[in-house]
Design a protein around this ligand. Structure first.
Ligand SMILES: Cc1cc2nc3c(=O)[nH]c(=O)nc-3n(C[C@H](O)[C@H](O)[C@H](O)COP(=O)(O)OP(=O)(O)OC[C@H]3O[C@@H](n4cnc5c(N)ncnc54)[C@H](O)[C@@H]3O)c2cc1C
Length: 423
């Protein structure tokens, strides 16, 4: 393996040190390339910090699936905990909304589930390897993920179980008693449960991303904290000259640039002529002091309350549903307040720890990430749009990009994720 030379000339410059960017850096360095990962904040400080920490084996059905149509009427009043939408945003983004809904048909759902299953399977394998190598194995819990219904939803749960089984994804059906045996410290509000047994979770996704960044450094990669201003083709027409990355405090050169800026990815590509249809499905979390005598053993997804509750290092993290609006619009805490009230009726926890957190899930109209080369530029690679499952899928997204840069085949079929489908 060639040693990475600290300085300003690299084989690969990765833009963004969220889970996707850090993973691309690790995977490129593992292939002997010199690597710098650049972020204006510390690694894992944005979306990869505030998520629910679930490493989900079963999230292969995107939100824009056929059942979305029957749920739409309940969203029209804009009072649902599952989805809030800003009418002005919808008017300005009708094209994205139409394309997102256009994918919610049966013929476009199974192929996307197949593609996501390949990505997720490869990524869970990497997470389980890397978390040990990164000395963070104490953060992963192999206790599964409980999806639970308050109503008598046995048929829905059975349907979901059969669908997952078709992909070889294991789960267990639970009744009220079995749920209580599994999670003795929650109140008996759920009639039906589906335990995703091959799903894991972590107690701090931000800390896991930081541990992977530390692993990158120990492999000889560089992590640099700078504001990224622009990327410029260094060759002005000559395809092999590589790239110049303009930073707030200087510039670096690289043969390859990987855009892994999560919800900010479209901004940097606009000056190069790419109009990426990337929307942000915003979401919130609030953490609460746990009651050690009434602790949770695993994340719980309240299917009808539309929230997740995960035991984290610093307390119980309650995360909200989707808010469709501009990425940087002011926060609106109505959805979060609604689900926190519901969560208090399930688990016993104390006062809020810190302020509510807001993040943005980066989503393309087909809910598949972009993983591959930019169609019009040599040496420019795109790795973003991992929507609700980016913490799960970050490692394989980054690994596939590193494989492509090295001229190898990714470990899963990445054809459905080719950026050229949109740009
Ligand atoms: C409420 C919520 C719950 C979620 N729960 C889960 C879950 O349980 N499991 C799961 O798998 N996924 C979950 N997700 C999704 C997941 O968090 C994201 O898909 C994933 O973190 C995206 O990672 P990323 O690396 O693409 O982006 P990010 O983590 O946002 O990284 C992008 C980085 O780019 C940097 N950046 C941007 N612009 C610049 C610039 N100009 N200069 C320098 N740096 C810049 C940012 O500082 C940031 O660090 C959840 C998301 C939300 C919002």
């Amino acid at each position: 393996m060639s040693k990475a030379v600290p300085g300003s000339q690299f084989d690969v410059a990765v833009l963004g040190a969220g889970i996707v960017g850090v993973s691309a850096g690790v995977a490129a360095r593992q292939r002997g390339l010199s690597v710098v990962v650049i972020d204006r904040r510390e690694p894992g400080s944005e979306t990869s910090y505030g998520n629910a920490g679930i490493l989900s084996s079963g999230s292969i059905l995107p939100l824009n699936r056929p059942s979305l149509w029957s749920a739409l009427p309940s969203y029209l009043g804009n009072t649902s905990a599952a989805l809030r939408w800003n009418p002005m945003w919808v008017m300005r983004n009708l094209d994205w909304v139409a394309r997102f809904l256009g994918n919610a048909v049966p013929s476009r759902t199974r192929p996307r589930a197949v593609a996501l299953h390949g990505l997720i399977t490869a990524s869970l394998k990497l997470h389980r390897e890397w978390i040990v190598k990164a000395n963070a194995a104490q953060r992963i819990r192999e206790t599964g993920w409980l999806k639970a219904w308050r109503s008598d939803a046995m048929e829905a749960a059975k349907g979901e179980q059969a669908f997952l089984a078709g992909f070889g994804i294991a789960s267990e059906l639970l009744d009220r008693q079995a749920i209580s045996a599994l999670e003795p410290n929650i109140l008996p509000v759920y009639k039906v449960g589906l335990l995703h047994t091959q799903t894991a979770s972590v107690d701090s996704p931000g800390a896991v991303t930081k541990a992977y960044a530390q692993m990158l450094k120990s492999l000889g990669g560089e992590v640099r904290q700078s504001d990224i201003k622009a990327i410029e083709s260094a060759g002005q027409g000559s395809a092999d000259q590589g790239w110049r990355v303009v930073l707030g405090d200087g510039a670096i050169s690289a043969r390859h640039v990987v855009v892994a800026l999560g919800p900010w990815s479209a901004d940097i590509l606009r000056p190069l002529g790419y109009r990426v249809p990337l929307a942000t499905e915003r979401g919130y979390h609030q953490e609460f002091t746990p009651n050690p005598a009434r602790s949770l053993r695993r994340p719980i997804h309240d299917a009808e309350g539309n929230f997740l509750m995960t035991p984290m290092e610093n307390g119980i993290r309650v995360t909200s549903g989707v808010e469709l609006t501009d990425r940087d619009a002011p926060s609106s805490l109505a959805q979060l307040d609604m689900v926190v009230r519901l969560a208090r009726g399930v688990a016993e926890f104390g006062s809020a720890v810190g302020e509510p957190w807001r993040g943005a899930r980066p989503t393309l109209p087909d809910s598949l990430p972009m993983i591959g080369k930019a169609p019009q530029h040599r040496g420019l690679w795109l790795a973003f749009g991992n929507q609700h499952i980016g913490f799960t899928t970050g490692p394989a997204t980054g690994d596939a990009i590193a494989a492509m840069i090295a001229g190898e085949q990714p470990s899963f079929d990445a054809s459905a994720f080719a950026p050229a489908r949109y740009i």
